[in-house]
Design a protein around this ligand. Structure first.
Ligand code: 13P
Ligand code: SF4
Length: 310
């Protein structure tokens, strides 16, 4: 651990009245300088409330963009511009317009893992922590869901009286988890409780004992008394659970569940970001204004997301 680097980041944070928000898929060393670590919903809520002048978002681009939309008067920085999201890149403005045109008058629910332009086209946003509550809140019989078809399937499974028409997007990281991986993990750890992120395929979700967002997984581990958990989401969650719950045992479902986009941000990047105030995320104001309406509607809905406050 580079103590000097960490101290330099902390000093700059104080001098510039900056906060660092970190997603729990980030490299675990980022937690040493982060003010908050959590899931997309928890971090969005924080971004809307903070009185810091600068938000450094250790996450992927759409997260920093969402923070900027929620806090337009703050400077929002992404430490490394290579941090994109493959799922968010699967749908653009043209594609979302075509999707809507195919089903006129059906409301569109948009996963936050999407660009501001796409969010501006939807009726309401959701995250993996509140997708079911968000869809229920609309009180309609049919919805469009984009871009994650597997989160869409999870919503459909829980709300059988609503028809969910999903866009065919997906997360390549979560798709690397197969039912076979879970069967093998269970053979090796018969007492392991299986925690699955709803971005996984429906076949994988079926094998889960608990399905939830990243922060909901932390919450579940904290509130339950099992000895062993099989983790079916990005490795960052496994690393943090192992670090924070020494009395419990964790088993990562396979060693391929690493989101390389999320791992782009390093402590050096964060220092550079704070020093030079780079890379500023600034969606076009009219698009940001429209996207804000959909994000705000989501934030009003009670979600079960919590976050770790250091
Ligand atoms: P949550 O933060 O909602 O658990 O989502 C996981 C994810 O893939 C973020 O990109
Ligand atoms: Fe995007 Fe998947 Fe990485 Fe999340 S884990 S940032 S959805 S590619």
């Amino acid at each position: 651990m580079n103590i000097e680097l960490i101290e330099e980041i902390k000093k700059l944070k104080r001098e510039k009245n900056a906060i660092i928000l970190a997603h729990c898929y980030q490299n675990p060393e980022i937690d040493e300088v982060a003010d908050y670590v959590g899931d997309s919903l928890g971090l969005s809520r924080l971004a809307s409330k903070t009185d810091a002048d600068i938000i450094v978002f250790a996450g992927v681009y759409f997260m920093a963009e969402t923070a900027k939309i929620l806090s337009p008067n703050k400077k929002v920085l992404l430490p490394n511009l290579k941090s994109g999201c493959n799922m968010a890149d699967m749908i653009d403005l043209k594609m979302v317009k075509e999707f809507k045109e195919k089903y006129p008058d059906v409301p569109l629910v948009c996963y936050v893992n999407s660009s501001a332009e796409v969010k501006a086209q939807c009726d309401i946003c959701c995250t993996s922590a509140n997708a079911i509550e968000v869809v229920k809140s609309l009180g309609v019989k049919k919805i469009l869901f984009a871009p994650d078809c597997y989160l869409g399937s999870w919503v459909q499974k829980n709300l059988s009286d609503i028809e969910v028409i999903s866009f065919p997007g997906y997360c390549p990281t979560h798709l690397r988890i197969t039912p076979d991986d879970i069967i093998k993990a269970k053979e090796l750890n018969p007492d392991g409780v299986v925690l699955v992120h709803p971005e996984c395929t429906s076949e994988v979700v079926k094998l889960g004992d608990f399905i939830g967002s990243t922060t909901q997984m932390f919450d579940y581990v904290q509130k339950t008394n099992y000895k062993k958990y099989i983790i079916c989401t990005e490795k960052g969650v496994f690393d943090r659970l192992q670090r924070d719950y020494k009395e419990k045992t964790f088993y990562l479902v396979n060693n391929r569940v690493v989101c390389h986009n999320m791992k782009q941000n390093s402590l050096d990047d964060i220092l550079n970001s704070l020093k030079n105030e780079t890379y500023e995320v600034n969606p076009e104001p009219e698009i940001a204004r429209k996207a804000l309406e959909s994000i705000n509607k989501m934030i009003q809905i009670k979600g079960k997301s919590v976050f770790n406050i250091k």
